[in-house]
Design a protein around this ligand. Structure first.
Ligand code: PMT
Length: 435
C-alpha cells in the first residue's frame, strides 16, 4: 500500500517540467501521486508525460467528455494526504487566496480538506508585487504551507528571487510535512509506516521542549537578514540572506517564553508577530541598534549576514559610467557586531554566532568562535543543497564552547531553531551550575 496519497497540481510556468522530477522522487519514496494540470500548464508539459508515469488519467478540464469521473474535483480532493502545487503561478496563488474556483485545480483547492503545500516560481517583480505578497500572506493565515522560491537566474534572464526551490528540497519539505501528526480532518494516512519515509529526518529527535516555558526570563536580542551597503543612491552591496533562519529562532524563542527583540536588516519574509522588531539597513545601522538594546540582553544571537566591507564613501549622486570600462570601488571594514557584543557582554550573557562557509566549514567556524569568544557557533555549509541562504530548510553543525559538535541533518529552519535553543538552554544550565 502507498505510504501517502499526494495530488499534484501543475500550473503554467516554465518550471512545470520540474513537477515531473518531484513526482518521480515522491514515487520512489513510496507515494501514490495523481496529477491535475491547468490549461496553461499543458503549454509547457504534455499531460501524456504524467499519464505515462502515473498510469492515471491527468485531469485538465473536468467537463472534458474524456474525463472518466463526472465529479472529479470532489473525488480528486478527498481522501488524500496532501495537495501539492508545483510550480504555483501568481495567478493560481491569487485564485486560491480569494476563493475563485473557475477551473479544475482552483475548485479542487476549495474542496480539499488535506494540507496544501505550494511551491511558487515566477519572475521576481511578480513575486515581490504587493498583490502576490498579500495573497501569500492570506494563504499562510489560511494554514497553507509554502516552499518559498529562491534567488537565482530566472528563465527571463534576470537574477532575483522567484526560482523554484530545488526539487530535492521540495520533496524533503513534503516528507517533513507528512511526518507531522495529523492536524486536519481527512488528514494523514500511513502513520504506522512513517519511519521508512522520514529518510532525511531519520536522525532528527523532536525538539525537547518546543512550545514550553524553558526560556522564561531570558531576553533575546537577535540580528536577522542581510545588510545593504550603499554605493550611491541607486546601487548597493548586499547578500542573499532572507531572514528565515533568524526569524525562526526569534519565533521559537518567544514561543518558549523569552522576551525577544530582533534587529532585522533586509529580509524577504515578514517577522513573526510575537517579537519586537527594529529595522536596520546597513551594518552600521545594525551595529547602532544592537549597542542600544544590549544592556538588558541575556542571550545574543548573530544570525544576520552582515557585510564585512562597505563602500568607503557612498556617492551622494548617481555614479555615471562616463565611458569607463573599469571602476575601482574603495571598501572599508564594517564594525564586527558579534565581536563587540562578546567584548561588552554583561555577566551571564550567552553569545551565539553563525558561520556561513563554503570550505573547511568546521575549521573556520571554530576559529570564529575562538576569535569572537563565543559560547556557541552554528556552522552552515552553504554548498549543501537545502542549507544556508534563502531556503526553508538548513543543515548545520552546532559547536559549543566545551568543544562538542552536534550535527543537524536537513530539517526545516523552524525545527532547527528549536534544536539551537535546546543547546542554549543546556549552556544556561551549565553557566548557572558554575555561578
Ligand atoms: O537568512 P537566511 O536566508 O535564512 O540564511 C541564514 C544565514 C545563512 C544567513 C545564517 O544561517 C548565517 O549563517 N548567518 C551568518 C552569515 C555570515 O555572514 O557569517 P559570517 O561568517 O560572515 O559571520 C560570522 C558571524 O559574525 C555571524 O554570526 C555574523 O552575524 C557576525 N558578524 C559578521 C560580520 C559583522 N560585521 N558583524 C557580525 O556580527
Amino acid at each position: 500500500m502507498a505510504k501517502f496519497r499526494i495530488n499534484l497540481g501543475v500550473t503554467g510556468g516554465i518550471a512545470a517540467y520540474k513537477a515531473v522530477e518531484v513526482m518521480r522522487l515522491l514515487q520512489k519514496r513510496g507515494c501514490d501521486v495523481s496529477v491535475a494540470m491547468t490549461r496553461h500548464a499543458t503549454e509547457f508539459v504534455q499531460p501524456l508525460t504524467f499519464r505515462a508515469l502515473t498510469d492515471k488519467h491527468v485531469i485538465v478540464d473536468d467537463y472534458d467528455p474524456q474525463n472518466p469521473d463526472p465529479i472529479a474535483h470532489i473525488n480528486f480532493s478527498q481522501n488524500i494526504d496532501l495537495l501539492l502545487i508545483i510550480p504555483a503561478t501568481a495567478n493560481i496563488i491569487g485564485k486560491f487566496a480569494n476563493g475563485i474556483a473557475d477551473d479544475f485545480l482552483s475548485s479542487t483547492y476549495l474542496a480539499t480538506t488535506a494540507p496544501v503545500l505550494i511551491a511558487p516560481a515566477m519572475n521576481t517583480t511578480m513575486w515581490d508585487s504587493a498583490a502576490t505578497q498579500r495573497n501569500v500572506r492570506q494563504l499562510k493565515k489560511d494554514g497553507v504551507h509554502f516552499v518559498e522560491p529562491v534567488a537565482g537566474e530566472l528563465a527571463c534572464k534576470t537574477v532575483g528571487t522567484g526560482k523554484l526551490e530545488d526539487v530535492e528540497n521540495i520533496v524533503a519539505q513534503v516528507l517533513w510535512l507528512l511526518s507531522e501528526p495529523p492536524t486536519v480532518a481527512g488528514g494523514l494516512t500511513g502513520q504506522a509506516e512513517l519511519p521508512d519515509v522520514r529518510i532525511n529526518m531519520a536522525k532528527v529527535q523532536p525538539p525537547a521542549t518546543a512550545g514550553g516555558s524553558d526560556l522564561n526570563g531570558e531576553r533575546f536580542l537577535i540580528t536577522v537578514g542581510g545588510t545593504r551597503e550603499a554605493i550611491d543612491p541607486v546601487r548597493f552591496i548586499s547578500n542573499h540572506s532572507s531572514g528565515k533562519m533568524g526569524f525562526a529562532i526569534a519565533e521559537a524563542a518567544a514561543a518558549r517564553g523569552a522576551d525577544v527583540t530582533v534587529v532585522a536588516g533586509v529580509t524577504t519574509i515578514d517577522p513573526p508577530s510575537n517579537v519586537n522588531v527594529i529595522r536596520a539597513v546597513s551594518a552600521s545601522d545594525m551595529h547602532a541598534a544592537v549597542v542600544k538594546e544590549l544592556s538588558s540582553t541575556t542571550v545574543f544571537v548573530g544570525a544576520a549576514a552582515v557585510a564585512d566591507y562597505a563602500p568607503a564613501n557612498a556617492a551622494e549622486g548617481k555614479i555615471k559610467k562616463d565611458g569607463r570600462d573599469f571602476m575601482i570601488l574603495e571598501l572599508k571594514k564594517t564594525p564586527d557586531i558579534l565581536a563587540e557584543v562578546s567584548k561588552r557582554r554583561s555577566k551571564g550573557m550567552l553569545v551565539v554566532g553563525f558561520a556561513a562557509e563554503t570550505n573547511d566549514v568546521i575549521g573556520y567556524a571554530r576559529s570564529k568562535m575562538k576569535k569572537k569568544r563565543l559560547d556557541m557557533v552554528v556552522a552552515n555549509d552553504i554548498t549543501k543543497k537545502g542549507a544556508g541562504f534563502n531556503t526553508d530548510t538548513n543543515i548545520a553543525t552546532i559547536i559549543t564552547r566545551s568543544g562538542s559538535e552536534i550535527e543537524l541533518p536537513l530539517m526545516s529552519k523552524r525545527e532547527m531553531a528549536d534544536r539551537i535553543l535546546d543547546e542554549i538552554v543546556k549552556l544556561r544550565k551549565v553557566a548557572e551550575a558554575r555561578a
